[in-house]
Design a protein around this ligand. Structure first.
Ligand code: ZN
Length: 163
């Protein structure tokens, strides 16, 4: 037993179930194991990160996250109609992320909001924006991170980035 708790720069592993309006929309998978993230680096939504601060391994918690601390509020102007011809050969589905490069070189993520015969509606709103998120979490591991992980801003190894 160690007394390490969740703090900035620690790699935290947890199991979770995410419920929105009584529907499970995401959960950690028994095969892949728990999700690992680097605490204090914005890897997970701020409302959840904040509630885990200081918690020890074994903590089980229910956390309710409002949109502002989750995937953001919904911007009704952030929708764009694009001709289907621009997506030739791609299998588009509602809720799918699409990375686009802006003229200034920055990349931005759009989400597919609707697919029609001759056009696609893209939005900057995350599919879970505007929604209250309910997380059921269980902390199963906390460890110090390496300098490399801190430099990358994410954990490596099981449950984290494989590269
Ligand atoms: Zn990395």
């Amino acid at each position: 037993m160690t007394d390490i708790t969740v703090a900035k720069g620690h790699v935290v592993s947890f199991h979770y179930t995410l419920t929105v309006d009584d529907q499970i929309v995401d959960k950690s998978d028994a095969e892949r194991g728990p999700l690992a993230y680097l605490h204090g680096y914005g890897n997970i939504v701020p409302g959840l990160e904040r509630e885990l601060e200081g918690a020890p391994v074994g903590t089980k918690k229910q956390v309710t996250v409002p949109p502002e601390l989750g995937y953001g509020t919904r911007d009704d102007d952030a929708y764009e109609k694009v001709p289907s011809s621009e997506f030739e050969g791609m299998q588009l589905q509602k809720g799918m992320p699409i990375q686009a490069q802006l003229p200034d070189g920055r990349t931005v993520v759009y989400w597919v909001d609707a697919v029609a015969e001759d056009h696609v509606v893209l939005t900057l709103n995350h599919p879970l924006s505007g929604r209250t998120l309910n997380f059921d979490v269980e902390l199963v591991g906390i460890r110090e991170s390496s300098d490399e992980e801190k430099a990358h801003g994410h954990p490596h190894g099981p449950g984290g980035h494989q590269h």
